[in-house]
Ligand binder design. Structure first.
Ligand code: GTR
Length: 331
């Protein structure tokens, strides 16, 4: 699917939102916010708090936004459903779990689809991000701020990973998305989909050998305390977004809609500003706890081993295949 078409979808969806906004209610609305990360210990948590703070102040109480940290409102997949149904009004999601309802977002989950974090930001801040936003709006999810989440790498309790063969037979946790499972399987790993909240205990009791994540997430939920090796495969650089229930947004006045969009922009910027320092500090903390970290200077063997994931994706989603080419063409 080409950007032009998706852009058109976006404009249509947004103009629909504008028409609905004509019937404005001034009653105060309670907005529940879902955050998977623990309070005060992850850039996403600070960004979500900032979003709620700005929405509350800017709407002068017409919205009462409250963030529920630590995934207490449910796992990510359920939270996405709840947001679409309007049981919660905002949340921060990553493209992986979103892929179940918005297949276009799974393009950003393909291993090594972004060359580096800068390439990911240029993609998400440009037409590719617009395309994802438009596809999400079609499903009742309005992104108001896109952020990054560094790079994800494998960690485990058996051996350092230096080549794909090192993953053979390891029981590796994945979030819920078939692409993630396929990626681990392409490396010979035993992929085990599991909710984020269950991974710590599963690592501790050796139900899992390992998982994969970025430094802030690895450390904020203490996986570094129950993992021996972290290998910098940096196989995924996932965009994440602060999202709002489209219907709740449509119920707002034009002025309050502007407050929500601006809060999303500021909160996303805060997340981007905090990320690098937080990731560096988390890495230091992991090393101090004894996690042995190894780099992988040449990742081409991993890229080659994961190539079948692309073939399967293109076969299953022919209408999305051009988005892969479009990302790869971005300099
Ligand atoms: C984190 C991400 C979460 C969630 C989690 C996981 O890095 O921010 O949205 O996807 O990883 O592994 O489940």
């Amino acid at each position: 699917m080409k950007y032009a078409l998706l852009r058109k979808m976006s404009v249509t969806a947004f103009s629909g939102a504008m028409v609905l906004a004509a019937s404005v209610s001034t009653a105060s609305a309670e907005w529940k916010g879902w955050n998977i990360h623990v309070a005060g210990a992850h850039p996403s948590s600070f960004a979500m708090d900032k979003f709620a703070e700005l929405v509350n102040a800017g709407t002068e109480g017409r919205i009462g936004a409250d963030v529920f940290h630590g995934g207490v409102l449910g796992n990510q997949s359920d939270a996405i459903d709840q947001l679409r149904l309007g049981a919660i009004q905002f949340g921060n999601f990553n493209v992986g779990p979103l892929g179940r309802v918005v297949p276009a977002t799974s393009v950003a989950l393909l291993p090594f689809v972004f060359r580096d974090v800068g390439h990911m930001f240029r993609s998400v801040d440009g037409p590719f991000g617009d395309a994802l936003s438009a596809a999400m709006v079609e499903e009742g999810i309005l992104p108001v701020g896109w952020v990054g989440s560094g790079a994800r790498s494998f960690y485990n309790n058996v051996r350092p990973i230096t080549e794909p063969a090192d993953l053979v037979g390891l029981k590796i946790r994945t979030p819920g998305n078939d692409l993630w499972v396929g990626m681990v399987q392409s490396l010979g790993g035993n992929a085990t989909p599991m909710d984020f909240s269950e991974v710590f205990q599963a690592l501790k009791t050796n139900v899992l050998d390992g998982g994969e994540n970025n430094f802030p997430s690895f450390v904020s939920v203490k996986h570094h305390e129950v993992s021996a090796f972290l290998s910098l495969t940096e196989h995924m650089m996932l965009p994440e977004c602060i999202c709002v229930n489209l219907a709740a947004y449509n119920d707002l006045s034009d002025a309050d809609q502007a407050v929500v969009r601006e809060a999303g922009r500021v909160a996303a910027n805060l997340h981007r500003e905090l990320w690098d320092n937080d990731a560096a500090a988390a890495r230091v903390e992991a090393e101090a706890a004894g996690v042995v970290i190894n780099t992988i200077p040449d990742k081409s063997a991993f890229q080659a081993a994961m190539a079948p994931v692309y073939d399967t994706f293109r076969e299953n989603n022919p209408e999305l295949a051009s988005l892969i080419d479009d990302i790869q063409a971005i300099q």
